[in-house]
Design a protein around this ligand. Structure first.
Ligand code: ZN
Length: 257
């Protein structure tokens, strides 16, 4: 029987944006220093997951684990760390990252980054809370790649980000910059949608957007500069933002003397 059903055209996925390799990334530890195996129990109830990895890897990449796994502490002696409040999906990304330097194993079948913008924001917050600035830097890189791939400003994530980061955080900065550089605030221009739109966003976020626009002065907005098409805007933004990532959003603490 002949079918008249139209085959859905597969949507074209934007290829992963290549980023310059950050020259200040912490080098991986010597496998001789890996030490004991540690069990990390993440989440609770049905969501709970156990991860097994080396003490030396956890301690190398996170000041939190370095402190918690000292032999004199309960966690160090029992070789088990419990993170009941944490999201196992976030820890999974951290687990991948300490072993491979990447937050995920591979792109999904369609070529997309297999993490949502929200999850990437959660990974940043985890890195912040667990003393892992390199994880935060990687999360920013991936959020930028994801934003480029989806061409969607992470606005819905702003309330979570402002609740879970401090002023001056690189993640807040990225959200504000991205809104200013690429978002056109159509719904704010429409009086019937304005109230709803304003309720979605933290006041501090809006204030920072206003301040950023004032600071632009007569400088054209990098993505639009007064022109129309989407790909033009996108390419402009990428050319502008790529060389700035390390200096603007990465945190590279001085190595201990
Ligand atoms: Zn960097």
């Amino acid at each position: 029987m002949a079918t008249t059903e139209k085959k859905e055209k597969p949507k074209k996925v934007t290829p992963l944006l290549e980023l310059p390799k950050c020259s200040k990334t912490t080098p991986s530890p010597d496998p001789d220093e890996y030490g004991d195996m540690i069990t990390v129990v993440v989440g609770s109830g049905e969501e709970m997951r156990k991860f097994y990895t080396y003490k030396g890897l956890l301690a190398h990449y996170s000041t939190y684990f370095k402190a918690a796994l000292k032999d004199e502490w309960r966690e160090g002696a029992s070789k088990t760390v419990e993170l009941k409040e944490d999201n196992p999906e976030v820890f999974k990304a951290f687990f991948h990252w300490i072993h491979t330097g990447k937050l995920y194993f591979a792109l999904d079948a369609s070529g997309k980054i297999p993490l949502s913008q929200m999850l990437i924001c959660e990974i940043f917050v985890f890195g912040d809370a667990r003393g892992s600035p390199d994880l935060c830097n990687t999360a920013i890189d991936v959020l930028l790649q994801k934003t480029h791939q989806e061409w969607r400003v992470p606005l819905a994530e702003a309330p979570y980000v402002y609740q879970n980061t401090l002023p001056g955080s690189a993640l807040r900065k990225f959200l504000v910059d991205d809104a200013v550089e690429t978002y056109r605030f159509e719904r704010l221009s429409d009086p019937s949608q304005r109230e709803h739109e304003l309720l979605r966003w933290p006041q501090e976020f809006l204030a920072e957007i206003v301040v950023a626009f004032v600071a632009l002065g007569s400088t054209p907005i990098p993505s639009s500069a007064g022109y129309g098409t989407l790909s033009y805007n996108k390419n402009n933004w990428v050319t502008y933002i790529k060389p700035l990532i390390c200096s603007r959003y990465h945190d590279h603490p001085a190595p201990p003397a």
